[in-house]
Design a protein around this ligand. Structure first.
Ligand code: FE2
Length: 519
C-alpha cells in the first residue's frame, strides 16, 4: 500500500490539489459560521465547531508543508521517509472529509446561503494571499520551464493590479436596489431606500410652494457610510404628494475630506395614504427571504392601499445587506414607494449583529407604536424574542424582558378612543412573561380592540378561542408555498382573504367590529 501511495503522491499536481482543498475547507466553514445549523453549537461558533475549524486550519498548513517538501526537495520526492505515505494519506482523507463538510455547510445554510457567499467573498483575499504565498514560496521555484514561469508571473501581476484597483474602487455598479419603502412610524413617515454600495440619501419634494431636500443626517452631519438610507418626513408633507429620492456614492470618508462617486436620482413617486372608510391592506409575514414566492402570492391578492409587514424577514439580522434586501427592497417592491407600510418586528429581527441598529436604519423611533389609517386605530406591539433572555441563541446580548416591560407600560398608558381598533403583533403570544401577556390582553379589552393581526406560526387561520381576543394568523411561507392576506376594513367589519402563490383561496372570513365571526 505504501508503494502505491508513494507513487500516487509523487505526482506534484496531487499534492498541490490536496493543499488547495485543505485551505478551502476552513474558509467555507468560516463563511457559514453565523447561520449554519449543521452543528448544534454552530450558531455561536463555539465548542465542537470551533475545534473543527482549527483542525481544518492545522490540516491546511500540514498539507501545504507536505506538498512543499515534494516540490522543493528532489531527494525527499525520490526517497521519502516511511511515515510520509501514511501522513499524506491521512491528510488526503481529512482534506476530503473537511472539504465535504465545508461544501455541505454552504448547501445546508438554507436561507443564509447568500450571506455565506458574501462572507466567502470577503474571505477570498485571505485565501488568495495564503495560496499565493504558498505558491511562490514552495512551488514556483520548482517550475523549470522558463515560459511557464513568465506566464505565472504575468498572471500574478495582472491579478495583483486588479486586486489593488478593486480594493480602492470596489467593482459595484451604483444603483438603487428597489423603489423606496415608506414606513409609518407613528409620528411621521420614514422614507427608506437601499443602494448597492455605501452613500448618502436624500428625499426631495415640494410642499406649500417650497422645495425641500431632506438628507439622512444626524445633527447636520450627512450619513455616508450606509447602504440603507432613511429620511423622516411629516405626514402632511408626503400625503397625496410626489417625491423623489437621491444618493451620492461615498467610497471613503476621511478626517479631512472624502472620496465620492456619482449621484443617482429616482423617478417621481406619487404617494397616497388610505383615507377612505373602506380600505384594503396587504398583510405579509414570515417570508424568511422567500421574497419570490411571497410576490407570487401578492400578485394574486388583488388591490391594496397599504401594507402591514408582520416580521420575520430572514433567519437573523446579521448584516446591513440582509435588512436592505429582505426588508427595505422587498417593502419597496410590493409598494412601489407609493403607499404606506406598517412594520412589526419579528423575533428573527432581534438576532444577529445588525439587530441593534435596525430601528435607526429604518428611521423608526420604536418598534411599538400606534397610528391611524383611514380613521382606524392601529396599535403595533413588539413581541421581540419568543425565548427567555438567557437562551444560548442570544450569546448573552439579550435584554428583551426589560424591553417588553417598558412596552407594556407604554401600552397601558394609552387611552380608549372612538376609533375602531386593531392590534398588530408578530406573535399573538405578545410576550414570554405570563404577567405581560395578561396585562396586554386586559388592555386590549379596555381599549375595545376588535382583532389581533399576527403571524409567526407559518399557518393561516382565524383563531376564535386560542387567545383572549379573536386572532388572525397570517400564513407566510411553508412547505414550498406562500400564503399572503388581504384585510379589508369597512363599517361592516373586517374581511379576511388569504391565497397561496397559485392564486388558490386559502381562507375567506368576515369578523364584525365586536369581534364575532359573521361569515
Ligand atoms: Fe417568528
Amino acid at each position: 500500500m505504501n508503494v502505491k501511495a508513494q507513487k500516487f503522491f509523487s505526482h506534484k499536481a496531487v499534492t498541490f490539489l490536496v493543499s488547495f482543498f485543505a485551505a478551502l475547507a476552513p474558509m467555507l466553514l468560516w463563511a457559514c459560521r453565523t447561520t449554519s445549523f449543521i452543528f448544534v453549537d454552530k450558531v455561536l461558533f463555539i465548542g465542537f465547531s470551533q475545534l473543527l475549524f482549527w483542525l481544518m486550519v492545522a490540516n491546511a498548513v500540514f498539507a501545504t508543508v507536505l506538498a512543499a517538501l515534494r516540490w522543493r526537495l528532489p531527494s525527499w520526492a525520490l526517497q521519502p521517509p516511511k511515515w510520509s505515505a501514511i501522513a499524506e494519506c491521512v491528510t488526503m482523507v481529512l482534506t476530503a472529509v473537511f472539504a465535504i463538510v465545508g461544501i455541505a455547510e454552504i448547501i445546508g445554510t438554507g436561507e443564509g446561503i447568500g450571506m455565506a457567499f458574501r462572507e466567502a467573498a470577503e474571505m477570498t483575499p485571505v485565501f488568495i494571499a495564503y495560496f499565493l504565498v504558498a505558491v511562490f514560496a514552495f512551488f514556483f521555484p520548482s517550475v523549470g520551464n522558463k515560459k511557464a514561469r513568465i506566464a505565472i508571473l504575468c498572471i500574478a501581476a495582472v491579478l495583483g493590479a486588479f486586486g489593488a484597483l478593486f480594493a480602492i474602487y470596489p467593482p459595484v455598479y451604483y444603483k438603487f436596489l428597489s423603489d423606496p419603502v415608506v414606513i409609518d412610524t407613528g409620528s411621521d413617515y420614514s422614507v427608506v431606500f437601499a443602494t448597492s454600495a455605501e452613500g448618502t440619501g436624500y428625499v426631495e419634494y415640494e410642499y406649500d410652494g417650497k422645495t425641500y431636500k431632506v438628507y439622512d443626517e444626524s445633527d447636520g452631519r450627512i450619513n455616508g457610510t450606509s447602504t440603507i438610507h432613511s429620511v423622516n418626513i411629516p405626514y402632511e408633507h408626503l400625503n397625496n404628494n410626489t417625491y423623489r429620492v437621491g444618493s451620492m456614492r461615498v467610497f471613503e470618508v476621511y478626517a479631512y475630506g472624502g472620496r465620492n462617486g456619482r449621484t443617482i436620482e429616482s423617478e417621481d413617486y406619487s404617494f397616497a395614504s388610505p383615507s377612505t372608510e373602506d380600505m384594503s391592506v396587504l398583510c405579509i409575514s414570515d417570508w424568511h427571504t422567500r421574497t419570490k414566492a411571497a410576490k407570487q402570492s401578492i400578485e394574486n391578492i388583488g388591490e391594496y392601499g397599504a401594507v402591514i409587514m408582520l416580521g420575520d424577514a430572514a433567519s437573523c439580522m446579521d448584516t446591513e445587506d440582509l435588512a436592505a434586501e429582505y426588508i427595505v427592497s422587498f417593502g419597496g417592491d410590493i409598494t412601489g414607494g407609493e403607499i404606506p407600510v406598517i412594520f412589526a418586528r419579528g423575533n428573527h429581527e432581534t438576532r444577529g449583529a445588525y439587530a441593534a441598529e435596525l430601528s435607526e436604519a429604518l428611521g423608526m423611533d420604536k418598534f411599538y407604536y400606534e397610528t391611524s389609517f383611514g380613521g382606524y386605530r392601529l396599535i403595533v406591539l413588539d413581541s421581540a424574542e419568543d425565548k427567555t433572555d438567557d437562551n444560548v441563541e442570544f450569546g448573552g446580548l439579550a435584554d428583551y424582558s426589560a424591553y417588553r416591560y417598558r412596552m407594556i407600560d407604554w401600552f397601558e398608558s394609552l387611552q380608549a378612543t372612538e376609533q375602531k381598533t386593531i392590534v398588530i403583533c408578530h406573535s399573538p403570544t405578545i410576550a414570554v412573561e405570563e404577567d405581560i401577556i395578561d396585562r396586554a390582553y386586559a388592555k386590549m379589552e379596555e381599549l375595545g380592540a376588535s382583532i389581533v393581526l399576527s403571524g409567526h406560526y407559518h399557518y393561516c387561520a382565524l383563531e376564535e378561542d386560542k387567545w383572549p381576543l379573536i386572532t388572525y394568523i397570517d400564513g407566510g411561507h411553508g412547505g414550498g408555498d406562500f400564503i399572503a392576506s388581504r384585510v379589508t376594513f369597512s363599517s361592516d367589519g373586517i374581511d379576511l382573504y388569504a391565497c397561496n402563490k397559485s392564486g388558490e383561496e386559502v381562507l375567506h372570513k368576515q369578523v364584525s367590529w365586536d369581534g364575532t365571526v359573521t361569515k
